[in-house]
Design a protein around this ligand. Structure first.
Ligand SMILES: NC(=O)c1ccc[n+]([C@@H]2O[C@H](COP(=O)([O-])OP(=O)(O)OC[C@H]3O[C@@H](n4cnc5c(N)ncnc54)[C@H](OP(=O)(O)O)[C@@H]3O)[C@@H](O)[C@H]2O)c1
Length: 299
C-alpha cells in the first residue's frame, strides 16, 4: 500500500511513519520541522495550503492519508481560536478534498476531548454523544465530521495523552507528558499532578499499530484508539516515576480547579477500545506496558 502521513514530524506521525514503512511505501510529511528519515521518503506539506495539499497528495496518490497534523496545544487553541480553526478544521477540509480527488481514504487522528467527561465511570464508546468543553475539542469534532462527510469510507482514530520519544533532534522543543515529568523529577522538582482528570494514555508505538492496522484492514468509521488502561494524571505520574527509577515522593496531589488552565478539561474521558481491538485484531496496552516499551527505547 501507499500511505501518506501529515504531521510526520510530530509524535504520533513519526511512529506511524516508522512502523508503516516496514511494509508499505510511505511519504512522511512535515511543515516547519524538516525530517529526513532513512526508512521512507519525506516531503514538505503545509496542510493549511490548499494548493500544496492538492499537489503533494495528488502526486503521491496514496491508498490512505493518515492525517496527524493539528494544533495540539489545548490551551493555545482556547486563546488563539482563529489559528486552531484554520489548522484543525480548514486544513482537514484541504486534506480530505485532495484525498478524494486522488482516490485516497483519510484516517484522521482525533481526541477524547470530544467528550465532556461527565459519563459515570467514563469508558466512552464510539456511539456515545459528544459534547466538547474546549475549543480544541470543538475543532477536532468539526474535523471528524468534515472527514466522514467527505467520504463515508474514511476513518477516525480518537486517542488520548500520547507519549513516546520524538526523533532526537526534535525532542527538546516538544515534550509530552512523560518526557516532561521525567525531566522534572530528574531535576528533583516537586511536581503537582491532578487526581481528578482521567484518561487512557496511549504509547505512540501502540497507537501507530492501530493506525496501520486500520489502513491495512480498510476499516471505516470511528475507532477509539487510546491506551487500554484508565488512569488519573497522578496515578500515571506514579507509574512513570516507578518505571524510570525516579523519586515518586516528589509528586503531590492536586485538583483541576487549582490549575487555572485556559481550556476546560473533561474529568473522565477514558475510552473503551474494544471495537478497535476486535476489528483490527490488536491489543491496546496498559500504561505499565507502554512505559516499559518507551524506557527500553530510551536505553
Ligand atoms: N498529543 C496528545 O496527547 C493527543 C491526544 C489526543 C489526540 N491527539 C491528536 O493526535 C494527533 C497527533 O498529535 P501529536 O501530539 O503527535 O502531534 P505533535 O507532536 O504536537 O505534532 C504536531 C504535528 O503537526 C504538524 N503541523 C502543524 N502545523 C502544520 C501545518 N500547517 N501543515 C502541516 N503540518 C503541520 C507539525 O509539523 P511541523 O512540526 O513540521 O511544523 C507536527 O508534525 C493530532 O491530530 C492531535 O490532535 C493528540
Amino acid at each position: 500500500m501507499k500511505i501518506l502521513i501529515t504531521g510526520a514530524s510530530g509524535l504520533a506521525g513519526s511512529y506511524a511513519a516508522r512502523l508503516a514503512s516496514k511494509k508499505h511505501q510511505v511519504l512522511a510529511c512535515y511543515n516547519r520541522n524538516p525530517i529526513d528519515f532513512d526508512f521512507c521518503e519525506c516531503a514538505k506539506l503545509d496542510v493549511e495550503n490548499e494548493g500544496e495539499c492538492a499537489q503533494v497528495i495528488g502526486n503521491f496518490s496514496p491508498d490512505w492519508a493518515i492525517h496527524s497534523a493539528a494544533a495540539t496545544i489545548v490551551d493555545k487553541c482556547e486563546l488563539e481560536k482563529e489559528w486552531a480553526q484554520k489548522l484543525n478544521v480548514d486544513a482537514t477540509r484541504n486534506v480530505c478534498k485532495a484525498a478524494k480527488k486522488a482516490g485516497s481514504r483519510v484516517l484522521m487522528i482525533s481526541t477524547d476531548y470530544v467528550f465532556d467527561g461527565r459519563k459515570k465511570g467514563g469508558m466512552y464508546v464510539e456511539t456515545d454523544a459528544t459534547n466538547p468543553l474546549s475549543f480544541y475539542g470543538k475543532t477536532k469534532l468539526e474535523a471528524e465530521k468534515t472527514t466522514l462527510a467527505s467520504d463515508a469510507k474514511n476513518a477516525i482514530a480518537r486517542t488520548s495523552v500520547i507519549y513516546g520519544l520524538l526523533p532526537a533532534e526534535l525532542r527538546q522543543q516538544r515534550k509530552n507528558f512523560v518526557t516532561w515529568l521525567v525531566d522534572e523529577l530528574m531535576a528533583g522538582k516537586k511536581t503537582k499532578l491532578v487526581d481528578d482528570q482521567i484518561n487512557c494514555p496511549a504509547y505512540a508505538g501502540n497507537l501507530a499499530e492501530a493506525l496501520v492496522k486500520i489502513c491495512e484492514k480498510n476499516l471505516g468509521g470511528i475507532f477509539h484508539s487510546s491506551g487500554g488502561e484508565r488512569a488519573s494524571r497522578l496515578d500515571f505520574g506514579k507509574q512513570i516515576a516507578k518505571e524510570f527509577g525516579l523519586d515518586g515522593k516528589l509528586l503531590e496531589k492536586g485538583k483541576t480547579s487549582e490549575l487555572k488552565q485556559p481550556a476546560p478539561r473533561p474529568y473522565d474521558s477514558s475510552l473503551n477500545v474494544k471495537k478497535l481491538e476486535q476489528a483490527a485484531g490488536i491489543k491496546m496496552i496498559t500504561c505499565g506496558q507502554g512505559l516499559a516499551l518507551m524506557h527500553n527505547e530510551k536505553k
